[in-house]
Design a protein around this ligand. Structure first.
Ligand code: NDP
Length: 240
């Protein structure tokens, strides 16, 4: 039986590449998204992968969403916590709402999705969780105390949960992408982006497919001894 995977934020950007790569690896994939119905519909038409709308920052919505996926596709073996947002600003300008929303979606989403799927994985003796962190959670970034804190939290969450799942055949790992060519990075002003690219030894932005390749590795049945690790995929920009 094909493994069933949920990719949060799986309908565009890095998530789309992950959804496609897991499908190519033989999994049955459910791609979650947060609000852009038009992009989700186009994604499903393009890929044949079912899209499910819920807010990963909403605990009950995650429980309900996973229940629906399991009713449609079967028990969930693989969760990729990829959904993420930015609400940048220096501390002096950042509102509490911008802080709270980023923590709730980026970090809270990992907790919510783990709560919705971990018991099932434990009872079946197999699970793969991959959390998408960030270079900015490892190194910090000016104007991103909310995002850097959430992403840094993801790395701690990963190491703690990895210890809880290990004896049940569950692995929990993280990927810390560097700057990847997606809508999120397109929102960075051109002059700022130019300076960022100048600091990447590879001399370019990464591609979403290069992150997806790491996810395929970490979610494989044969990756059971890789646990609690963070895979940095960043063109050599930050060695952690
Ligand atoms: P995009 O902005 O291109 O896509 C984000 C995806 O997440 C969309 O599918 C979006 O859905 C979904 N999403 C956003 N908020 C929610 C929510 N509350 N509930 C459910 N889904 C939600 O992002 P990227 O592809 O660039 O980034 C993907 C991940 O990689 C993020 O976690 C990001 O922080 C991380 N990352 C990205 C880097 C980059 O350079 N791009 C670098 C390092 C880390 P919808 O389409 O409905 O809005």
């Amino acid at each position: 039986m094909a493994r069933v995977a949920i990719v949060t934020g799986g309908t565009r950007g890095i998530g789309e590449a992950i959804s496609l790569a897991l499908k190519d690896a033989g999994m049955t994939v459910a791609a979650n998204y947060g609000g852009d119905d038009a992009k989700a519909k186009a994604f499903t038409e393009r890929t044949g992968i079912a899209a499910y709308k819920w807010n990963v920052g909403d605990h009950q919505a995650c429980l309900d969403g996973v229940k629906q996926v399991e009713a449609d596709l079967g028990p969930v073996d693989v969760v990729v916590n990829n959904a993420g947002i930015t609400r940048d600003g220096t501390l002096m300008k950042m509102t509490y709402e911008a802080w709270d929303e980023v923590i709730r979606v980026n970090l809270g989403g990992c907790f919510n999705m783990a709560k919705a799927t971990f018991a099932g994985m434990r009872s079946r003796g197999f699970g793969r969780v991959v959390n998408i962190g960030s270079i900015n959670g490892q190194a910090g970034q000016y104007g991103q105390v909310n995002y850097a804190a959430a992403k840094s939290g993801i790395h701690g969450f990963t190491k703690a949960l990895a210890q809880e799942g290990a004896k049940f055949g569950i692995t929990v790992n993280a990927i810390a992408p560097g700057y990847i060519d997606t809508d999120m990075v397109a929102a960075v002003p051109a002059d700022v982006l130019e300076k960022i690219v100048a600091k990447i030894p590879a001399g370019r932005l990464g591609q979403a497919s290069e992150i997806a390749r790491g996810v395929v590795f970490l979610t494989g049945d044969d990756a059971g001894f890789v646990n609690g690790s963070t895979l940095s995929i960043n063109g050599g920009q930050h060695m952690y």
